[in-house]
Design a protein around this ligand. Structure first.
Ligand SMILES: O=C[C@H](O)[C@@H](O)CC(=O)C(=O)O
Ligand SMILES: [Zn+2]
Length: 278
């Protein structure tokens, strides 16, 4: 079995792309399909972005030829967040009950990882993010309540949002994986505004709970050379380390952010003043 791949682009190359090419390189449209694993292997930091929605029964994390590994997590770690109904994840014999917005970390060396839903009529929707790892850290469940939410922004500038950090230097331990999610308050539409870059880490954004008929305009590119992609519910963006990653929605919504690279410090960002964006 072979995973889709996405290659890395330079800032200069991206500045010349049209809408279709931008979408083909940076937008993942096929996530959250029933009874399927959908993975994309990005050449930005070798991060893998994927999903699984178990409806008919329990599904086991498969292996892929791209990895040239005995099993998926032989040399990788995996962060998982459920954005659907109640579910369960089993890692090498330990079962975790994973409710909406709970997370699970599966460390390097986890051999058998399975996913299931409590109810087929309201299945769990697991978002998956995996990166290379050099050391084994214990698998663990991180409940939403334990993620120490912080509310930033304000209703006046339509960017009030609550950030939940699950896996990072001061949270659940990992080799290089950093992961959490952000919920926009009602009436707020702007995420990650003011924008930032972090040339030390790639990032992936997965948008969820975008109401029917609404979209998010996701902005990418170098701060003085921005482009946008229109993103639907349950689609993801691969964000190069040199790119901003901000979104303006036609309503409020939520998104999972996940990063990997040089360090595990959540706050390691280089801010860009709004007036300096082009
Ligand atoms: O590097 C950090 C990530 O871009 C996000 O955590 C930012 C975010 O959730 C937000 O400002 O809304
Ligand atoms: Zn970021």
């Amino acid at each position: 079995m072979i995973m889709n791949q996405r290659y890395a682009q330079s800032p200069k190359e991206v500045s010349g792309l049209n809408t279709a090419d931008l979408r083909a390189n940076f937008l993942l449209e096929d996530l959250m399909q029933d009874d399927q694993f959908n993975f994309t292997y990005s050449h930005y930091d070798r991060a893998i972005v994927g999903s699984v929605v178990p409806v008919a029964g329990e599904l086991e994390l498969p292996n892929y030829e791209n990895l040239r590994a005995e099993y998926f997590l032989e040399r990788r770690e995996l962060g998982i967040i459920n954005v659907g109904g109640a579910g369960a994840i089993n890692i090498d014999g330990t079962t975790y009950e994973v409710n909406k917005l709970d997370a699970v970390y599966a460390g390097k060396g986890s051999r058998k990882v399975t996913f299931k839903s409590v109810s087929a009529s309201e299945p769990a929707r697991f978002y998956l993010y995996s990166v290379p790892a050099h050391k084994e850290f214990p698998h663990q469940l991180i409940k939403k309540e334990a993620a120490l939410p912080v509310t930033i922004g304000s209703g006046d500038t339509a960017n009030e949002r609550t950030i939940y950090k699950y896996i990072h230097l001061e949270g659940a331990k990992s080799c290089q994986l950093v992961m959490g999610l952000t919920i926009l308050s009602k009436g707020s539409v702007w995420n990650t505004m003011p924008s930032h870059v972090h040339d030390r880490r790639m990032e992936a954004y997965f948008y969820f709970d975008v109401p029917e008929g609404q979209v998010v305009f996701h902005f990418m590119g170098q701060p003085q050379e921005t482009r946008h992609l229109v993103v639907q519910n349950n689609q993801a963006i691969i964000s190069p380390p040199w790119s901003i990653h901000s979104g303006g929605g036609t309503s409020n919504y939520g998104f999972i952010w996940s990063m990997c690279g040089e360090n595990l410090v959540y706050a390691d960002m280089d801010p860009v003043a709004i007036k300096d964006l082009r």
